[in-house]
Design a protein around this ligand. Structure first.
Ligand SMILES: NC(=O)c1ccc[n+]([C@@H]2O[C@H](COP(=O)([O-])OP(=O)(O)OC[C@H]3O[C@@H](n4cnc5c(N)ncnc54)[C@H](OP(=O)(O)O)[C@@H]3O)[C@@H](O)[C@H]2O)c1
Length: 240
């Protein structure tokens, strides 16, 4: 089977694990700023907080999709950021804008471009946006992050409904649980003034309750093979 797997934010954390556990023999592509240490993995350099670069990323995605007669094409939009952690009205405005652009807008725009690129292909096609429990629970200090994840959840519900009319792409939003990555280290390093619920994340870490990235990644790949999952679903891996 000729499989193409593209992961945004594949250089570290969950995205790296998603690339590492991609179906055997898959052609793997990481889209990130720093690049990947994984063997046999291409790197598409991009700062996804910059809307001026999204068209070029879309063109590269289209070129990849049309390069070969793939049997399966999967885009996992996983790149995300919590920074700047802190209250709206207090943090740096430019950093706040970058957070909004990456967590909310980039997934929708790249998702749109991906759907356009694969629209006429009669093969297995999947588009996953990585979500978070912060899409539903309000965490003071994470306003743009939670709002961005919630926006992408609703985008997936709506686009999934569209794909049942025509298109046939499996479009999912998947919250991975609390995963042992650099993002969790960043959370634990945050001053409670900027993130009042920081103790909860120290407790989870102390009690060994973080999920390893490879475990979360395997669960996500298994989800894509689950015949019971339907396009437009917003899934929390913790409740499966
Ligand atoms: N860890 C958790 O507990 C948890 C919980 C819920 C949801 N999530 C979600 O899971 C996803 C992965 O998180 P993680 O924990 O693996 O985070 P991480 O360890 O901080 O890794 C983030 C990844 O995103 C990429 N990225 C960040 N900013 C980028 C930018 N401007 N342009 C392109 N790529 C960028 C990074 O690559 P470069 O730095 O090389 O660009 C890196 O590969 C995120 O969407 C996050 O919101 C994580």
């Amino acid at each position: 089977m000729d499989t193409l797997v593209i992961v945004t934010g594949g250089s570290a954390g969950l995205g790296r694990a998603l690339l590492a556990s991609a179906p055997p023999g898959a052609h793997r592509v990481d889209v990130s700023r720093s690049g990947t240490d994984l063997p046999d993995t291409d790197h598409l350099a991009a700062d996804l907080t910059d809307p001026a670069g999204w068209a070029a990323v879309g063109e590269r995605l289209t070129a990849l999709v049309t390069r070969r007669a793939w049997d399966r094409i999967t885009l996992l939009h996983n790149a995300g950021t919590l920074e700047p952690i802190g209250f709206a009205g207090e943090v740096d405005a430019e950093a706040y804008t970058r957070n909004v652009l990456l967590n909310s807008a980039a997934g929708q725009v790249l998702g749109h471009r991906f759907l356009a690129a694969v629209r006429d292909l009669d093969v297995r096609r999947e588009l996953v946006l990585i979500s978070s429990g912060a899409a539903r629970s309000a965490y003071p200090g994470w306003s743009a992050y939670g709002a961005g994840k919630a926006a992408c959840d609703q985008w997936v519900r709506t686009v999934g409904a569209e794909q049942t009319h025509r298109g046939g792409v499996l479009v999912l939003s998947v919250a991975p649980g609390v995963v042992a990555t650099g993002m969790q280290e960043l959370i634990r390093d945050t001053d409670p003034r900027d993130f009042p619920q920081v103790d909860r994340f120290h407790d989870l870490h102390t009690r060994g309750q973080l999920v390893e990235p490879d475990v979360a990644a395997d669960a996500l790949w298994a989800l894509l093979d689950d015949p019971g999952v339907a396009t437009g679903e917003v899934v929390d891996l913790r409740s499966r």
